[in-house]
Design a protein around this ligand. Structure first.
Ligand SMILES: [Zn+2]
Length: 406
């Protein structure tokens, strides 16, 4: 008998005990909407929410996917709002917050739209991936159009969903990531060129445009505040030409080689444009001599290399920032004794990242303190020099010098 069949079916799919749910329109924006309460004690707000859900189902609105599922009593199946299947009759439909609730109420997943294939909350998952995408592309201007192509969503929908979940636009998110990185780098008393690149600014003018509005002042003023890092420097003769040592109050922040003091000072200005740079030959002369002595291997003793290895690594106070990976590489480099070399792949193995040979080479190439971190002692496995930030000829001379002293 038809009447009885219908009744049986209704019993089988009775709403779950969690059905009564105080609707909250604010949280309804961010969290999946509750299952509909029984008509008898349904609060008005819930009815509104339900109406919206039903509208979304009728419109096959993919924006509702992950926010809720709808179940159809006549088929015993639940779907996501965008399911392409024919729309059921309204009276056969009930709403649930997600697949789990629908299933505990006795419904089966629709094989056509597979509501479980999307994660528990695909909208938030989507926004998470958009965030990761933005973070990976901070070093370029990110346009809505570009992201819209990447995520196959209309720019409008992308922007709206992003804002609904995070409260800010993708562009604002990108800017805040950049500013956060930039501030952290500056606070570290760091090279602004590097801070800028790490924060994703690819030109000084863009940085200025941003910082003026977002730091609330120009970088030149910013540097005069707490973040202003006074840097003292000196230049001296070395076996590899002119040598510059620059130091903050905490230690050496850069050791460079060039052909003239002018070139060195220009380099320092580019590397630390916001720092208060001051030449201080008197106070730094001793440090400079220590670096030169180290280049010559003085103080090692005829066969005291190994004995002094530890001292060699810690003798110079350094004030440098590094990523975790750079730190591992650089720390390891400091353990390579005077006169010895390693290949890039040996270093990679030694730091237990055997496949990271290229990254090791990059870490060597970005070493800010020549000699103190002896990146010149890393060469190619085939015996070739490999690169050197201060020129291949200097690397060669340095290695020859070390070989002649051991
Ligand atoms: Zn379906």
């Amino acid at each position: 008998m038809p009447e009885k069949n219908r009744f049986d079916r209704k019993m089988r799919i009775a709403p779950s005990p969690r059905s009564s749910y105080p609707a909250n329109m604010n949280s309804a924006i961010l969290t999946p909407v509750a299952e509909v309460a029984p008509a008898t004690n349904m609060p008005a707000a819930t009815t509104e929410a339900t109406d919206l859900q039903w509208q979304a189902v009728l419109a096959r609105d993919a924006g509702g996917d992950g926010k809720f599922v709808f179940a159809v009593s006549s088929t015993g199946v639940y779907c996501r709002p965008s399911c392409p299947a024919r729309r059921p009759r309204r009276e056969n439909v009930s709403f649930f917050r997600g697949p789990q609730e629908a299933e505990s109420a006795g419904y089966r997943e629709c094989l056509r739209c597979r509501p479980k294939a999307v994660s528990a909350n695909p909208r938030q998952e989507l926004i998470k991936s958009v965030c990761r995408y933005i973070e990976r592309h901070l070093d370029e201007p990110i346009t809505l159009a570009q992201m819209s192509a990447e995520f196959r969503l209309s720019p409008f929908h992308l922007q709206r969903t992003f804002k609904a979940v995070l409260g800010i636009t993708p562009k604002e998110y990108a800017n805040s990531c950049r500013m956060r990185g930039f501030r952290q780098n500056l606070k570290a008393g760091h090279s602004v060129t590097r801070a800028m690149h790490e924060a994703g600014y690819n030109s000084t003018s863009r940085l200025y445009a941003r910082t003026t509005s977002e730091l609330g002042m120009e970088p030149s003023k910013y540097r005069r505040g707490a973040i202003a890092a006074p840097i003292r420097y000196t230049c001296a003769d070395s076996p590899l030409g002119r040598l510059m040592i620059a130091a903050t109050d905490k230690g050496i922040c850069t050791i460079q080689f060039a052909n003239s003091d002018e070139e060195l000072e220009q380099g320092l200005k580019q590397e630390f444009p916001f720092a208060l740079r001051r030449r201080d030959d008197r106070d730094l002369a001793e440090l400079a001599q220590r670096v030169v002595r180290r280049m010559n291997g003085d103080g090692l003793g005829k066969n005291g290399i190994r004995k002094n290895r530890k001292n060699m690594a810690s003798a110079l106070p350094l004030d440098i920032q590094a990523t975790a990976f750079q730190r591992r590489v650089w720390t390891y480099l400091q353990s390579i004794a005077f006169g010895e070399t390693r290949s890039y792949s040996q270093v990679a193995k030694a730091i237990r990242r055997p496949s990271a040979v290229r990254a090791v080479a990059r870490a060597c190439a970005t070493n800010p303190v020549a000699i103190a971190i002896p990146c010149h002692r890393v060469v190619r496995s085939n015996g070739e020099m490999g690169g050197y930030r201060w020129g291949i000829e200097r690397k060669k001379s340095l290695l020859e010098l070390e070989a002649s002293k051991t």
